[in-house]
Design a protein around this ligand. Sequence first.
Ligand SMILES: [Zn+2]
Length: 129
Amino acid sequence: MDTSNECTSFFGSAQSSASSALQGLCFCERPTVVKTANTEKNFGRRFVSCENWKINQDCGFFEWLDPKMCSFGRKVVHRLHQRHEYLEAQAKRCETLVEVEVGKVRAENEKKIAQLKAEMESEISQYRK
Ligand SMILES: [Zn+2]
């Protein structure tokens, strides 16, 4: 039974707890892969599994690489994840705003250029007369 419950595991000491599964083979004899859980209960917790995990031909091989996180650690990670998603949404909104503004400026510039061209052409045609 896994008795460790250290919050520090998420930030580095996990390597020492890596089991032989890390460089082993799964039940279907393919090299195992390290993945990171994104469920609320185990967000950010790494595990070793069959490369076909939850896809077709999953042989069922599964082993946690990182120890279970304490409830406080889970809360912190959950909040950081929420904050990250919020900031990403904000950044996307800003990007959209910038794109809209750039589009406006570009359209204005094109209009001005077309106007200047027309003016220049009419001036040139006057000299040619
Ligand atoms: Zn497998």
